[in-house]
Design a protein around this ligand. Structure first.
Ligand code: HEC
Ligand code: HEC
Length: 202
């Protein structure tokens, strides 16, 4: 009896321990663009997602599925991602793939944007109110970790918010909060500067 119990305990710990790190079946859909290790692929415009907060990933994937994100006619990359999100059957599949991606180890991110990080630091003062002074994100503000991503992706998203490609759908509550913040960045140079500063926080 005792032996059986011990065996069951060991057996179930192995099963549960491996379940925590086992590859999620849904991730098979993602590898071709986001890479097996979640490091992204700049040639395919797919950002790094490894180690991003699970709650934020879930919100974004659900936004893509519902069409709150990725339907604007100028949002070519969002449209590509939206088609993929529709392959995840339901909320459970979204939660499961998000938890898996979030558990992945972050890869070192290469900086590609040239900007004035000192000027960016001053601009970032307002951003820190929601994303945290270290840009690591604040769940209570629904604001994601910005240090998990490549600079070219941050620039693109800031431009998307500024031009209304993202954050204008009436059901996109959080995107609508972010949009006026991006619009406070006066021009392309300001966008590059603030991203150059975020690069110093990796
Ligand atoms: C065909 C290529 C492709 C596949 C396959 C794909 N994605 Fe994407 N994904 C993209 C692109 C391109 C973007 C960037 C969209 C943009 O620029 O707005 C993106 C963006 C995202 C984002 C938004 C990141 C953020 O910080 O807002 C998440 C989350 C994401 N993908 C998760 C996934 C998951 C999970 C899968 C698998 C179920 C998947 N993707 C499959 C191309 C793809
Ligand atoms: C009022 C709170 C608030 C402030 C201030 C704010 N943000 Fe955001 N930001 C958000 C929220 C909420 C989101 C998530 C939007 C969503 O869920 O689609 C976001 C999303 C983003 C994204 C998209 C990240 C991704 O993974 O796609 C970037 C980039 C970003 N913010 C940069 C900035 C910068 C730079 C500043 C300062 C100029 C700033 N934010 C100021 C609330 C804020």
């Amino acid at each position: 009896m005792r032996v059986t119990k011990t065996f069951l305990w060991v057996f179930s710990s192995i099963v549960f321990a491996s379940a925590a790190v086992a590859e999620d079946a849904g991730y098979a859909i993602c590898v071709s663009c986001h890479n097996p290790d979640g490091s992204g692929n700049v040639a395919l415009n797919a950002p790094a997602i490894a180690g991003q907060e699970a709650w934020y990933m879930e919100t974004q994937i659900k936004n893509f599925k519902s069409g709150a994100r990725g339907v604007h006619e100028a949002d070519i990359y969002g449209q590509q991602m939206r088609a993929m999100s529709l392959m995840l059957a339901d909320d459970d599949a979204v939660a499961s793939v998000s938890a898996y991606v979030s558990s992945m180890e972050r890869k070192k991110i290469e900086n590609t944007i040239e900007g004035n990080a000192d000027a960016g630091k001053a601009l970032f003062a307002v951003c820190g109110g929601c994303h945290g002074p270290d840009a690591k994100g604040l769940k209570m503000m629904n604001s994601p970790d910005l240090t998990a991503q490549q600079d070219w992706y941050l620039v693109r998203q800031l431009q998307n918010f500024r031009t209304g490609v993202r954050g204008t759908d009436p059901s996109d509550m959080f995107g609508q909060q972010m949009r006026p913040m991006a619009m406070m960045l006066a021009d392309d140079q300001a966008v590059k500067d603030v991203v150059a500063y975020i690069n110093t926080l990796h």
